[in-house]
Design a protein around this ligand. Structure first.
Ligand code: PLP
Length: 369
């Protein structure tokens, strides 16, 4: 049996007609940038996120960078980020010239926590970027109260967790100005690049809107040094068609994760994802850990099962960050996850038969010695 790590087949088949109709409607509207389709998606995504405002931007990296700029974070400021995340979180901080202060994630949830963040706060700390990694919400109650105690800004990196909640409240609704990505493989994916910011603050929403459109609220009048980072009408129309499916697709992801948990829970050498109290997990990624990761990945490949590694090299060991002077052995939890983590196939449409096949082969692998 062949099981790819990722497949759009089932998802695309479900929505093919409605998405193609939306694309045709944009084509015929003859208005392709900053129009009604964007406005309507922004309203729908703000409602989904339980925030007052949503500002569409070009991608998730820009969303993070624009959030930092809107919060006036730059050279000399320290921003706390996870030691284990997709590198975009770090690169956005570098892009505004602020200093990266990594903290280790919890070894079970893979998310950063208020306890570890507290230890690295200095007089120069300006902001925290919690990442809801792999689709699980961070403990935002604790992080927000820590931020209030030290007067810090919070930017949620919600690229992987659209639809997750902490104590019933959606990710992307806690921080001052929050970033998400609609990169095609995210839980809510466009058919190209797209991203957004969510916030309850009218001032920050307006600032973000200036910044993403050349620092301009009125054509040819430029109040601040902005950039061009826009969510175009075509992607907005497509996202509007997909958004109503997101909760259903997340439930399907959770059901597949539940099946993995049930079948794989008794293997001695295997660590499964843990969902923290108060949090929900929407399983953007289902990552298991074993010291025999490389052998397992090879074994599964031989059985036609695709897997992935998120992420093979932590940011502090990337060549691009050599100038920060971290030692490879710094951040042992990030190193441990990189060395032992393996992401299993998990996508809407992955059948029970295929999930069971993957589980059987993983059990076979561990039983073969
Ligand atoms: C995908 C991702 C981003 C960046 O999103 P892009 O749209 O690809 O720029 C940022 N942070 C995290 C955690 C991501 O997974």
């Amino acid at each position: 049996m062949q099981v790819p790590y990722l497949s759009f087949d089932a998802q695309n088949a479900l929505i093919r007609e409605q998405v193609l109709a939306a694309m045709a409607a944009v084509f015929d509207s003859k208005w392709y940038i900053l129009g009604n389709y964007l406005r309507s998606f922004e309203e729908a995504y703000a409602a989904f996120s339980n925030t007052k405002y949503c500002v569409g931007v070009g991608n998730g990296f820009d969303a993070l960078q624009i959030a930092l700029k809107a919060l006036v974070i730059g050279p000399g400021d320290e921003v706390i980020v996870p030691s284990h995340t997709f590198i975009a979180t770090w690169l956005a901080v570098s892009a505004v010239g602020a200093n990266i202060v990594p903290v280790e994630p919890d070894e079970r949830t893979y998310n950063i926590t208020a306890e570890t963040i507290r230890k690295v706060i200095t007089s120069r700390t300006k902001a925290i970027i919690p990442v809801h990694l792999y689709g699980q919400a961070c403990d935002m109650a604790a992080i927000m109260s820590l931020a209030a105690e030290f007067n810090l800004q919070v930017i949620e990196d919600n690229a992987q967790a659209q639809g997750a909640t902490f104590k019933g409240r959606p990710t992307g609704s806690f921080g001052n100005l929050n970033a998400t990505s609609f990169y095609p493989v995210k839980n809510l994916g466009a058919l190209g690049d797209a991203g957004a910011l969510t916030t309850d603050s009218p001032e920050l929403a307006e600032k973000a809107r200036f910044l993403q459109n050349y620092g301009s609220s009125q054509k040819y009048h430029h109040e601040v040094l902005g950039v061009n980072s826009r969510l175009d009408e075509l992607q907005a129309a497509i996202l509007s068609q997909k958004l109503p499916w997101l909760n259903k697709w997340n439930e399907e992801r959770q059901a597949i994760a539940g099946r993995y948990q049930a079948h794989l829970s008794n293997l001695p050498d295997l660590v499964l994802p843990v969902v923290a109290p108060g949090a929900t997990h929407v399983y953007h990624i289902f990552m298991i850990r074993t010291p025999r990761r490389d052998a397992l990945q090879k074994y599964l490949a031989g059985k036609g099962i695709g897997t992935a590694i998120h992420y093979p090299i932590p940011p502090h060991r990337q060549k691009a960050y050599a100038y920060l002077g971290f030692a490879p052995e710094d951040f042992p939890i990030a190193n441990l996850i990189s060395a032992t983590g393996l992401s299993l196939p998990l996508w809407p449409g992955l059948t029970q038969e295929k999930t069971d096949y993957i589980c059987t082969e993983i059990i076979n692998f561990f039983n073969q010695l």
